[in-house]
Design a binder for this molecule. Structure first.
Ligand code: IMP
Length: 423
């Protein structure tokens, strides 16, 4: 089996959904290994826009099989609704989806606590309020509920009592709703009914396909490297490891299975939520990027902050993910800028550093050092080969490649499935 990991190299929203959909044409299995419905992967196919929050984007190719690994956190009501919507639009999902029994559940109080904290905190993170962080916190506190727990009612009831006892300290102290175990039990049963027979141990299946050289497994990352709980701009990060190393842990595969890591980056940079963003452009240029790129969060609809490509953080992201090929998305959005800025270093304590400083306390102090490259006026949205791109666009791409020392394998020039150049 060939195992390929796909990860975002910025703060999420790099256009992973579309790229994974394209690569899924040749894949047999697509598996999500972390995150939850904080993700919003957009795929436009035949004029229809589909936003997937939990189910891997590869489901839109009708020959594939998809999996949700142990590293994912699942809101049962969101999964039920996502399956229902896709099936209503004619896409068979249930028979093509497997869910790890080790994946943790997002429970109703996780969402409530996430929203409450976000609203009360003076330095809120700007989470998606989907309860992601609270579900992962319960996992680490060893009071979480896992998909495999739903099959034994009496045991599940006991586990829910413990989990609610744990959450109760917070809920009681903040005058929040009192949850009854039976009410939550009924909620879980109702919201897992349509797919409970698809909750299965995926590890033997993964290892069976691992021995078949012809099979291709895509491991679909969500969010982006700079939102990683360890390597991101802490505390303004998500609550899982979003980097390539998490694929093995989030699925149950050993390191030797992974040889290819595709890193996906936008041709500029965006961020939703709070936190450091060295190349953010709050002038007219930033607004223009937002407008032209339609930069609104796919999950929450919030406007994304926009700025220029940051090669310092991209080099770091390429390093820690072990990126073997790069995909650059939304290159078409840069059309019409007379000059395009690229950050090649950071000013820090009166010096220019080219190494990403990792610590938030240092990142808070950096100022970007830019070079400017010529832009282009031509519409590139229907171009199908690298050679047809305007000279300035080719120079821009080659500059990124040389700086990162990683070859570009694809360039996306529009939201549609076929608006992609393979190099
Ligand atoms: P959480 O993952 O909902 O806890 O949010 C933590 C941070 O990650 C916030 O800044 C969110 O905006 C950001 N975030 C989470 N998921 C995504 C995503 O899929 N794309 C972009 N940002 C995200």
């Amino acid at each position: 089996m060939t195992c390929e990991i796909m990860v975002g190299l910025q703060w999420g929203d790099e256009g992973k959904g579309k790229v994974i959909d394209c690569l899924s044409e040749k894949a047999d299995y697509i598996a999500r290994f972390q995150g939850g419905n904080n993700a919003g992967h957009t795929v436009i196919c035949g004029g229809t826009k589909t936003i997937l929050h939990l189910i891997p984007s590869g489901i839109l190719q009708n020959h594939t099989h998809c999996m949700l690994g142990n590293g994912v956190v699942i809101d049962p009501s969101v999964l039920t609704e996502e399956i229902r919507k896709l099936e209503k639009s004619g896409i068979e999902v249930t028979s093509r989806l497997l869910i790890s029994p080790l994946a943790h559940l997002i429970l109703p109080w996780h969402r409530e606590i996430d929203s409450f904290i976000e609203e009360q905190k003076s330095n809120a993170i700007g989470t998606t309020k989907r309860g992601i962080g609270c579900a992962y916190a319960d996992k680490k506190a060893r009071v979480g509920i896992r998909m495999g727990d739903i099959f034994d009612r009496q045991r599940l009831k006991k586990l829910l009592e413990e989990s609610l006892w744990h959450a109760g300290f917070f809920l009681k102290n903040n005058d929040k709703k009192r949850y009854e175990v039976d009410e939550v039990l009924a909620w879980i049963e109702k919201n897992t009914a349509s797919y409970r027979h698809r909750i299965q141990n995926i590890i033997p299946i993964l290892h069976r396909i691992a021995s078949d050289k012809k099979k291709l497994l895509l491991c679909e990352g969500a969010q982006g490297t700079l939102l990683d709980i360890d390597f991101g701009t802490y505390p303004y990060v998500t609550s899982s490891n979003t980097t390539a190393g998490a694929a093995g842990i989030g699925l149950g595969l050993a390191p030797q299975h992974f040889r290819k890591v595709t890193g996906i980056a936008k041709a500029y940079t965006t961020r939703v939520g709070e936190g450091i963003f060295p190349t953010e452009d709050t002038t007219e240029d930033g607004k223009r990027l937002a407008e032209k790129g339609q930069e609104y969060g796919a999950t929450t609809g919030r406007p994304r902050r926009c700025g220029w490509l940051d090669l310092v953080s991209l080099r770091f992201a390429a390093q820690i993910n072990g990126v073997t090929s790069l995909v650059i998305t939304k290159l078409d959005v840069l059309k019409g800028f007379e000059k395009i800025r690229i950050c090649t270093g950071y000013y820090l304590n009166d010096q220019v550093c080219t190494e990403y400083p990792v610590q938030t306390s240092l990142l808070e102090k950096v100022k970007p050092s830019y070079i400017e490259m010529d832009g282009w006026e031509e519409d590139i949205s229907s171009i199908q080969s690298f050679e047809e791109l305007p000279m300035a666009a080719r120079r821009y791409l080659r500059f990124i490649e040389e700086n990162l020392q990683v070859p570009i394998s694809m360039v996306s020039v529009g939201p549609g499935r076929h608006q992609i150049i393979t190099l």
